[in-house]
Write a protein that binds this ligand. Structure first.
Ligand SMILES: [Zn+2]
Length: 180
């Protein structure tokens, strides 16, 4: 979700306008539209509406769980390398896997919140298995919404050519904190 300066924001729960100061933001915590928590996926809501919502505790638990996986997986899952622009070459080569399943017995569970550098997919031994599991989940009827379809096509699409050295050097000057 990209917030544009000056854009009006609306609460997902009551549909009324919400100021940034009174809003809470929830990122990819449940992209499966078949699940009750999906109402909070990539959503902006009033703090007040959230406080009164019956799913409040479940959302907080999910956020905590997802943040834990994301911080554990803040490197390329395949090689363990960091995800700097120099390593991924192009921002489109970074795949951030959203929350896939809350079922601990599902083989996809261990992939919740992982990050992948597309340039390393060809050497990933689990690639075929991972893709097959995603395709099966998408066809199972247990998943609703486009997020999974998008992830599958991102995994299958060609690697983007890396930025040139000259371009990277220019970016480094402009955004030094992105190149630690
Ligand atoms: Zn509201």
């Amino acid at each position: 979700m990209i917030l544009i300066e000056g854009q009006k924001l609306y609460c997902r729960l009551c549909n009324k306008e919400v100021n940034k100061e009174d809003a809470l933001f929830f990122y990819g915590i449940e992209p499966n539209e078949n699940k009750p928590l999906a109402i909070f996926n990539d959503a902006i809501v009033h703090k007040e509406c959230f406080e009164e919502h019956p799913l409040k505790q479940k959302v907080l638990d999910r956020m905590k769980e997802f943040e834990k996986y994301q911080s554990q997986n803040n490197v390329d899952y395949i090689t363990g390398e960091d995800l700097s622009l120099e390593n991924i070459g192009h921002p489109d080569n970074l795949i951030n896997v959203f929350y896939l399943t809350d079922d601990k017995n599902n083989p996809l569970y261990k992939y919740n919140g992982i990050s992948l550098n597309k340039r390393n997919l060809s050497k990933w031994k689990e690639y075929d298995k991972f893709l097959k599991l995603l395709i099966e989940l998408n066809a199972s009827g247990k998943w609703e919404g486009n997020a999974l379809k998008y992830l599958i096509s991102h995994l299958r699409s060609p690697i983007r050519a890396p930025f040139t050295k000259e371009f990277l050097n220019k970016m480094k000057e402009r955004y030094p904190d992105k190149f630690k």
